[in-house]
Design a binder for this molecule. Structure first.
Ligand SMILES: Cc1cc2nc3c(=O)[nH]c(=O)nc-3n(C[C@H](O)[C@H](O)[C@H](O)COP(=O)(O)OP(=O)(O)OC[C@H]3O[C@@H](n4cnc5c(N)ncnc54)[C@H](O)[C@@H]3O)c2cc1C
Length: 190
């Protein structure tokens, strides 16, 4: 995982809700990255470097002085302030928006969740280093009534968790938000 800090005076004028993302113009295409933090003039991204795609290459090679064009923050994968409780589930890439969203909640919020990733990014959510997202969710001791779930990472793994919550636990459709970040064989997920 590479952490990249971008600087621009324009960042101070941007509106941002935790969970949103920006698009970088890298190589010949666009790649989307969730915002880890955004302050007055600094934007921090965390890119998982897995292969030789343009996004991974850019994240691994960015150095002081590297310039990149990007879009302003967008996205509806954000916390539901009215949720009775929150469930965060994701992989290495999903952990970026999920931990930002989790940090944006007040300390009184009821939070459950788990991250399946090679390394632990933050102590704010429980973490395991291997296994499927579905097994990780099944291992949790959750409240008996539905909350709002935020599931982010590899597409098929996210959909398995979504189907489990909806079909096995009877959660309403709108109570499960999915952000598919990547899937084997597909380049970019824009
Ligand atoms: C809303 C949104 C938010 C995102 N936020 C983040 C983020 O915060 N951090 C982040 O790292 N990525 C994030 N992504 C994924 C990111 O946009 C890129 O798709 C990813 O970095 C891969 O880009 P690439 O150009 O290196 O590879 P691509 O050209 O897209 O893909 C090349 C090959 O690598 C495989 N691949 C892609 N990603 C992975 C992976 N994680 N593990 C294993 N194989 C993979 C693909 O299946 C493909 O076969 C997000 C995506 C979306 C849609």
């Amino acid at each position: 995982m590479h952490e990249v800090t971008l600087s621009a005076p324009e960042f101070g004028t941007w509106q941002f809700v935790a969970g949103q993302s920006v698009r970088l113009f890298v190589g010949n295409g666009l790649r989307t990255y969730s915002i880890w933090t955004l302050s007055e003039s600094t934007l921090v991204l965390r890119g998982f470097s897995h292969a030789d795609g343009p996004g991974s290459e850019w994240m691994a090679s960015a150095a002081p002085g590297t310039r990149v064009a990007l879009t302003s923050p967008k996205g509806v994968f954000v916390v539901d302030a009215d949720a009775p409780w929150h469930l965060f589930v994701g992989d290495d890439t999903g952990a970026v928006p999920l931990l930002a969203m989790r940090s944006s909640l007040p300390s009184s919020a009821s939070v459950h969740g788990i991250v399946v990733s090679r390394e632990r990014m933050s102590p704010d959510l429980p973490w395991v280093s291997s296994g499927s997202l579905l097994d990780a969710v099944r291992s949790l001791d959750l409240p008996s009534t539905p909350g709002v779930a935020y599931v982010a990472g590899e597409q098929k793994a996210c959909l398995e968790v979504r189907d489990h919550l909806r079909n096995s636990l009877g959660w309403p459709r709108r109570a499960v938000k999915v952000s598919a970040h990547w899937t084997p064989g597909k380049r970019g997920m824009e």
